[in-house]
Ligand binder design. Structure first.
Ligand code: SF4
Length: 334
């Protein structure tokens, strides 16, 4: 089944696009629908797959910050740019677990742990797997983002009980080398395949506002939707321009275009969680509300997101009250 088989309305709108690039053409057609038609279609699909008033809440902790060998042009933690972020060592397991406990008590149901690595060293795997086991024992879902993984490392994380692995494809294959030169788009897909093969759920999305075209945004989503199995979780980030990084002066994305992209993610991946990730601090309440309407149903909570600002709990709680949204409850982990 292709992602387009799940679209419930107006199939005749796209009849005629029949060459090898059908996925991209159809997706572009949808992205460019009149805004109200796009909102309606995305919300209808969202409502038929999820409770439209429930939002999954995750918290993210940087377990190893800065000094990364990769040159991702958007990142504060790359050693290639003078961003002022200092490199630190991997946190102690106990420290991570005490932070996870606080996150759980604050309502988070998934704990995400990120390390600024090109890939983990085998000597780090013992501490990493201890973090996974410890967080699961607290009754939370676990997610990690550690860079590229081998099949063996993926299997060790799966054995420890890791629920999700985050590995964003960032942008389109065409635009990728303009943002990152130390690895390739294909490297990204390889790690995603290793993770999937190990039986770990996949979290993969991208970043908007890096100077990409509409085609790049749509192509990124088409790639994700056409993976052998679409990611269970799709983070959509709005670039936070980091002073000193390559993209320090990137032009911000128009909020309507941002909402269109979130809507398309929901339509192409009807049963995936679509997460509003980085950039919410600079997003208006109205933009976030539209994103929730068209299918975003996951956020990161807490004051910081790795090294960047994030709306604090008070602002999110106030927004949730005004919109009548609530945090999604997790089934007990067994
Ligand atoms: S995004 Fe990740 S891989 Fe890229 S520089 Fe930052 S920490 Fe390293």
């Amino acid at each position: 089944m292709t992602p387009f088989d799940t679209m419930s309305t107006h199939r005749s709108d796209v009849r005629g696009a029949s060459d090898g690039n059908t996925g991209l053409k159809e997706a572009l057609f949808i992205y460019n629908l009149p805004f109200n038609d796009l909102l309606h279609r995305a919300h209808t699909i969202h409502r038929s797959n999820f409770d439209p008033n429930a939002v999954q809440m995750s918290r993210l902790l940087s377990v190893k910050t800065g000094g990364c060998a990769e040159d991702c042009g958007y990142c504060s933690q790359s050693a290639h740019y003078p961003t002022g972020v200092k490199a630190s060592k991997l946190l102690e397991v106990e420290h991570v677990l005490s932070e996870a406990r606080k996150a759980r008590d604050g309502g988070a149901t998934r704990y995400c742990m990120g390390a600024a690595w090109r890939s983990p060293k085998d000597r780090d795997m013992e501490a990493i797997t201890a973090m996974v086991r410890g967080v699961r024992a607290l009754g939370m879902e676990t997610c990690m983002t550690l860079g590229m993984l081998t099949p063996q490392q993926s299997a060790r994380l799966a054995d420890a009980g890791l629920d999700y692995y985050n590995h964003n494809i960032d942008t389109s294959e065409r635009f990728y080398s303009e943002i990152i030169t130390t690895r390739s788009f294909v490297d990204r897909l390889e790690t995603l395949a290793n993770v999937r093969e190990a039986g770990i759920k996949v979290c993969a999305g991208g970043i908007l506002g890096m100077g990409e075209t509409v085609d790049d945004r749509v192509s990124m989503l088409v790639t994700l939707a056409n993976l052998p199995m679409p990611p269970e979780s799709v983070p959509i980030n709005m670039l936070i321009p980091i002073p000193g990084s390559m993209l320090a002066n990137a032009q911000p994305i128009n909020p309507i275009d941002f909402v269109r992209t979130v809507a398309l993610a929901r339509i192409l991946m009807p049963t995936s969680y679509v997460r509003l990730s980085a950039g919410r601090t600079d997003m208006s309440d109205e933009t976030q509300a539209l994103c929730f309407f068209v299918g975003a149903n996951s956020i990161f909570v807490g004051e910081t997101l790795l090294t960047a600002d994030n709306p604090g709990e008070d602002r999110d709680a106030a927004l949730f009250r005004r919109l009548g949204l609530r945090g999604e409850q997790l089934e007990p982990i067994v």
